[in-house]
Design a binder for this molecule. Structure first.
Ligand code: BG6
Length: 487
C-alpha cells in the first residue's frame, strides 16, 4: 500500500486549481475590459527558459498589444475557451470526484475599467452560472480575487498598484463579489502569490518600469506591495465582520531552497532566499512587517507612505490559513560562479544534481513539499492549503486520441505521498490539495500552450489554433481512482 492510500479526514478537499486569465478566453466578450493578461504575448522565438518577455513589459509593448485585436499570439485572450465550454468542463471535472475547485474571478469582467461606478451585470451573471454549475456537483469553489488580471485602464490612467486608488478599487470589486457569493464560497484568497510582485511586477501588479522614470523603482515595488497587503487586510476585515463562516487565506509561492553545500555561507544564503518569501506570509499571519524586511527596504532607499489606519488594518486582520503553491526547489550558493543555474517558477537558483528536471528547467522534488509544509506549519501553527501543485510538460496526443502522461502521474503520486507523510507523521494540518490545472491552461510565465498542465488535454497550440476538443489523459483516470480509493 502506498502512503497515499492511508486514511485521510473525510472533509479533506481534494481538488483542482486554475485562474481566469489562463483558461477563460472570451477576452472582449460580454462587456469584459482589457486586462494586463491580455497584453502578454507568446514569443515563438524565445527559448523555453527565457521568460523576460512576460516578466517585464514596456509601454511600447502595451501600445502594440492594444492595437492588435487578434488573439493569435495572445494566449490569454483565447485560453482554452472555458468561458463558453464551462458546463461540459465542470462535468468532466466533477466525474473525477473532486470536492474543491479553485478559480479566480476576473476583475476586468466585473469592473471592465476597474474604476467603473457600477459592476458589469453580464460578468456577474457568468460567475453566477459557473458557481451554480459547481454546486450541482457539490464542488466547493475556492476563489482568488486577483490572479494576474488587473483591468488595463488602471495601468494606463492610474499608477497600477502603486496608486492607493487602485487598491481601493480592488477592495470595491472584492466586496461586490464577496457580497454576492459568500454563501457559496467558503475560502477566499485575496491575491495570488502575493510575493510574486518582486519577481514579475507587471503581471502581479501592472507595474512597468518605464512609466516611473526618475523614481527609485524599488520604492514603486515596495509601495505597491504594501497596498496589496492593506487591500488584503481590508478584505479580511470585511469577511470576518460580515461573513464569519468564510475563511481567508494568504497565498505565497513556496519554492524550497537548499544550501548547495554545507559551507555555512551557502546555508545562510539559502535561509535568506527562503525568508524573502516567508516575510510575505509573516505579514499576513502576524500583522506587521518583519524587521529584516524593514532593514532591507532601508538599504534599498525605500520609504513607505503609510497611515495609522492602514497599519491598524494590517495588525488586526490576519489570515485564517496559509495557502501556497509548490512546484519545485532550488539550491542557493554564496558564490554561484561556475555553477549550473536553473529556474523554478521564475526564481533563479543553482541546479541540484540529485533531482530530475523538467524540459522547462524546473526540478522535481516531492520531499521539498514535505519540508515546505513543515516549515510553514511550525512557523505559524495555522492550517495549510496546497493550492497549486502540478507538472508542466509537453503532452502528445496519440493517433487514438490518448495521452499517456505517466510522468505526470509519477509527479503527482510522489508529491501526494509526501504530503500524506507530512500530515500523518509530522502532524501538519492541511485543509486540501489542488492539482494545478485540472483542465489544461496557458502558461502564466511564457504564455505557451505547449507547456501543458492538468489532467484534461485541450487540442489547441501555441498560436491558438486547434479544435479546442477535450481529451482525458491517463492522469485523469489515475486521479479519479485515487480520490475514490481515499474515501
Ligand atoms: C503559479 C501561478 O505560480 O505557477 C500560476 O500561480 C502558474 O498562474 C503556475 O500557471 C505555473 O507556472 P507557469 O509559468 O508554468 O504557468
Amino acid at each position: 500500500m502506498t502512503m497515499s492510500k492511508l486514511e485521510i479526514k473525510k472533509d479533506f478537499l481534494w481538488g483542482v486549481s486554475s485562474s481566469a486569465n489562463q483558461i477563460e478566453g472570451a477576452w472582449n466578450e460580454d462587456g469584459k475590459g482589457m486586462s494586463i493578461a491580455d497584453c502578454e504575448k507568446f514569443n515563438p522565438s524565445s527559448s523555453k527558459t527565457d521568460y523576460k518577455s512576460v516578466n517585464k513589459m514596456t509601454t511600447t509593448q502595451i501600445k502594440d498589444a492594444i492595437k492588435d485585436s487578434s488573439s493569435k499570439l495572445w494566449g490569454k485572450r483565447h485560453g482554452i475557451d472555458f468561458y463558453h465550454q464551462y458546463p461540459k468542463d465542470i462535468k468532466l471535472l466533477a466525474s473525477l470526484g473532486i470536492k474543491a475547485c479553485r478559480l479566480s474571478i476576473a476583475w476586468s469582467r466585473i469592473f471592465p475599467n476597474g474604476d467603473d461606478l457600477e459592476p458589469n451585470l453580464a460578468g456577474l451573471e457568468y460567475y453566477d452560472h459557473l458557481f451554480q454549475e459547481l454546486r450541482k456537483y457539490n464542488i466547493q469553489p475556492i476563489v482568488t480575487l486577483s490572479h494576474y488580471e488587473m483591468p488595463l485602464n488602471l495601468l494606463l490612467n492610474y499608477d497600477a498598484w502603486y496608486d492607493k486608488r487602485v487598491a481601493d478599487y480592488f477592495v470595491k470589486f472584492s466586496k461586490t463579489v464577496i457580497d454576492r457569493y459568500h454563501s457559496v464560497v467558503k475560502y477566499w484568497i485575496p491575491i495570488n502569490e502575493i510575493d510574486s510582485i518582486l519577481r514579475h511586477p507587471y503581471s502581479s501588479a501592472g507595474l512597468i518600469e518605464d512609466r516611473f522614470k526618475g523614481k527609485n523603482f524599488n520604492t514603486i515595488l515596495y509601495q505597491a506591495m504594501y497596498y496589496q497587503f492593506i487591500a488584503s487586510s481590508e478584505i479580511i476585515e470585511y469577511i470576518h465582520t460580515n461573513y464569519p463562516d468564510n475563511k481567508v487565506g494568504s497565498m505565497i509561492t513556496s519554492t524550497m531552497v537548499y544550501p548547495y553545500s554545507s559551507d555555512p555561507r551557502d546555508v545562510l544564503k539559502a535561509e535568506q532566499i527562503m525568508n524573502e518569501t516567508l516575510e510575505f506570509s509573516d505579514i499576513q499571519l502576524r500583522g506587521h512587517y518583519p524587521k529584516s524586511l524593514i532593514l532591507r527596504m532601508k538599504k534599498l532607499g525605500v520609504e513607505l507612505r503609510t497611515t495609522s489606519e492602514e497599519l491598524r488594518l494590517l495588525k488586526n486582520n490576519t489570515a485564517d490559513f496559509i495557502g501556497f503553491s509548490y512546484y519545485s526547489s532550488i539550491c542557493a550558493a554564496a558564490d554561484t560562479h561556475g555553477l549550473k543555474l536553473t529556474n523554478a517558477n521564475r526564481i533563479t537558483g543553482v541546479f541540484n544534481p540529485h533531482l530530475e528536471t523538467t524540459e522547462w528547467g524546473w526540478q522535481i522534488d516531492p520531499i521539498g513539499l514535505r519540508l515546505t509544509m513543515n516549515k510553514l506549519y511550525s512557523r505559524y501553527q495555522k492550517p495549510l492549503f496546497i493550492l497549486e501543485n502540478g507538472l508542466g510538460a509537453r503532452d502528445d496526443l496519440t493517433k487514438d486520441k490518448r495521452i499517456h502522461d505517466k510522468y505526470r502521474i509519477d509527479y503527482l503520486q510522489k508529491h501526494i505521498d509526501q504530503m500524506m507523510i507530512g500530515i500523518k507523521e509530522d502532524g501538519v494540518e492541511v485543509l486540501g490539495y489542488c492539482i494545478w490545472g485540472g483542465i489544461y491552461m496557458v502558461s502564466a510565465s511564457t504564455t505557451q500552450m505547449s507547456k501543458r498542465y492538468g489532467l484534461i488535454y485541450v487540442d489547441v497550440d501555441d498560436f491558438g489554433d486547434g479544435s479546442y476538443k477535450r481529451y482525458l489523459k491517463d492522469s485523469y483516470y489515475w486521479y479519479k481512482d485515487f480520490i475514490s480509493e481515499s474515501e
